[in-house]
Design a protein around this ligand. Structure first.
Ligand code: ZN
Length: 97
């Protein structure tokens, strides 16, 4: 139904690469790989929170904000509000899937 979360996650890695390309271009190759992995992980976290919370609404900031900035995607340790950080129970649920 329109506006309801779906139960699968499709991550467009090419779109992520295009989004962060300018930010990671000056990095060393291994740093670019790490930055891409972080960006993919943060997009996954965002989409998983839609499924876990069963909502299409977003937080004001953090990984569950409506738009993830290029800077947020590649930052080594971006600030995240506690509500956006998956709990141990959530991680265990993912591991059980
Ligand atoms: Zn979203």
């Amino acid at each position: 139904m329109k506006g309801e979360p779906i139960n699968y996650i499709l991550i467009d890695c090419e779109e992520i690469a295009l989004t962060i390309n300018d930010a990671i271009a000056p990095m060393k190759p291994e740093q670019r790989i790490d930055a891409m992995a972080r960006a993919i992980s943060r997009v996954f976290q965002h989409e998983y929170l839609h499924i876990h919370r069963r909502t299409s609404h977003h937080d004001e900031t953090g990984v569950f904000a409506s738009a993830l900035s290029r800077r947020f995607l590649v930052a080594p340790d971006p600030p995240a509000p506690p509500s956006a950080t998956p709990t141990t129970a959530v991680i265990e649920t993912v591991g059980a899937l």
